[in-house]
Design a protein around this ligand. Sequence first.
Ligand SMILES: Cc1ncc(COP(=O)(O)O)c(C=O)c1O
Length: 429
Amino acid sequence: MTSPNADTAAGSARRSAIEQEIDALIEEYFELEAPPADEDCPLSVPLYGADEVTGAVAALLSQNVTMGDRVREFEAAFAEAMGSRHAIMVNSGSSANLLAISVLAQKVLDGHLKPGDEIIVPAIAWSTTIAPILQLGCVPVFVDIDEDTLNMRPESIDEALSDRTRAVFPVHLLGNPVDMEPLMQRAREHGLWVVEDTCESLGTEIGGRKVGSFGDFGTYSFYFSHHITTIEGGMVVTDDPVLNDLARSLRAHGWSRDMSNRPELESANPEIDPRFLFVNVGYNLRPMETQAAFGLAQLKKLSSFNDARRVNAHRLAEALHPYSDRLRLINEQEGGRSTWFGFSVITDSPEQRVALTNHLEARNIATRPIVAGNLALQPAFSNNDHRKVGSLEVATRVGERGLFIGNHPSLTDGQIAHIAQAFRDFYDG
Ligand SMILES: Cc1ncc(COP(=O)(O)O)c(C=O)c1O
């Protein structure tokens, strides 16, 4: 029910007063949070607080909740932070991958992707790096990874090329950058599209440049446990105005509304109501204003979050160094700055991995496999069209022997000490 004074000056003053009271209560609520226990080391913790909740509540109170000004503001801030011309927000990192690949399949593009075309991907990636390739009728071509960095090597493009190769989909795994300059050089030489899956590496750099900004598209995830969070959410970046336009159209139903050439499209179709002029076969992958409000607050914290992740990673590496004859750590890519999504270790054998996993989990230290091992072995992909380059033995070995533990900006000294002690107990008895 609308209050009688809703639109009056008194009504609007009362609304502002209520908003301020809510802000103060939200601040107070978060100040009451209990400190984390040293003996409990989850994979990730909530990274958001009063700023994000206040922003989301303001979006809800404004009643402008579907994609609008906040999304546009977050997109502009994100594009600037990444060094890209355009950013298009979506509702997840998986949607970002789907959108990027779908745009590249649009017939208006020269050299667009067609069914049967091959796309080079690393064997360690995420399921929804590979899924859109198959969903569009293309063929994933799995290449092996480098044991030191866990990333695909640019030279593997040479080994994977066939007369059907049209794109490469590098994945910056667990915060570590792929060596992008030589990769881009090869891609240009062979006329390949490049989509960088940056979902695990927001803010990571190589050669002083942010990953995600090298290829035709970079994709990002803002899932709860990632570098910044909008709870669920994602982004696509590109420098190309045509790819930007197509991405905006495919994100929202395939209509013309968000395209820069809208006036021309409308005058070419005068018989159709311009409010619902569908020019592409689209999806609905739109984010909400509440998510963008989170994103705006979180983006301001990204560099301090990533600094903390780097400090933690160095401390964990120091603590585990004494076991380096039995436990391999991951090397930062030369010339790059990792943002250490988790802290990965590779044990000596599959049995050691199981034993170490059980030992850590029993001490409330959460673990995960190195992403999901060699994806060519997963039924979703082994049962569908694909090609393997070589035996993919490194990806298989890393899948069988590797694990990672949580590394997040709020990891405390006490938790690092608990983790170090757990490894000491395991290796020194
Ligand atoms: C490499 C990679 N790509 C894509 C995704 C998908 O992101 P989302 O969970 O936001 O859909 C993930 C998720 O963790 C990922 O790790």
